[in-house]
Design a protein around this ligand. Structure first.
Ligand SMILES: [Zn+2]
Length: 192
């Protein structure tokens, strides 16, 4: 098992769409950033990469690269997920906390939960989405996201081979064993 943690923040700016967790939310301000500013997907991407000690979002998508200007952050998440799968892990569950003064996340939480689950190919029940207002923090013009993920090791090659062997009907195994014995006996006779 592996645990991963990610954190991100973006500043609100007038006149740009607000995207959180892959969901566009109607609001006069959006989150400024080189990409679409999706603070939750960025924190999630970092959590996934952190869990397998594979760097962070900037390692693969540097802000200096013009290709990622205005990019859909789902692309970043998918890349992180590919790294996780290649490392032999699967996502067990995700928990997240958003900190922002507005808009209220409650009415959108279920949609964000479903979208994040869909992007990770896991059940919505395995995605926690919580939100708080930044009491006393003085960050009313920013959105902040904290994310933790738990990864479990996928079945290894040996276990898969054992399962594949078990799946072969027994008469087939017997006949293969028989022919092996026969050929071994035949070659023994040939030698002597
Ligand atoms: Zn970000």
């Amino acid at each position: 098992m592996r645990i991963g943690y990610g954190w991100d923040s973006h500043e609100f700016k007038s006149g740009i769409p607000l995207k959180i967790g892959g969901v566009t939310i109607a609001h006069p301000k959006g989150l400024a950033g080189h990409s679409d500013g999706d603070v939750l997907l960025h924190a999630l991407t970092d959590a996934l990469l952190g869990a397998i000690a594979a760097g962070d979002i900037g390692t693969y998508f540097p802000p200096s690269d013009a290709r990622w200007k205005g990019a859909d952050s789902a692309v970043f998440l998918r890349t992180a997920l590919e790294h996780v799968e290649r490392a032999g892990y699967a996502v067990a569950n995700v928990d997240s906390t958003l900190i922002l003064a507005e808009p209220r996340i409650g009415p959108h939480a279920a949609l964000i939960q479903r979208r994040v689950a869909e992007l990770l190919s896991i059940e919505p029940a395995s995605v926690g989405v919580k939100a708080k207002t930044p009491e006393g923090m003085g960050t009313d013009n920013a959105a902040i996201a904290h994310v933790v993920v738990l990864l479990t090791k996928k079945a290894g090659k040996r276990r898969r081979q054992a399962e594949a062997l078990e799946a072969v009907p027994q008469p087939v195994v017997d006949s293969v064993a028989e022919s092996l014995v026969e050929s071994a006996v035949a070659s023994k006779w040939k030698k002597t």
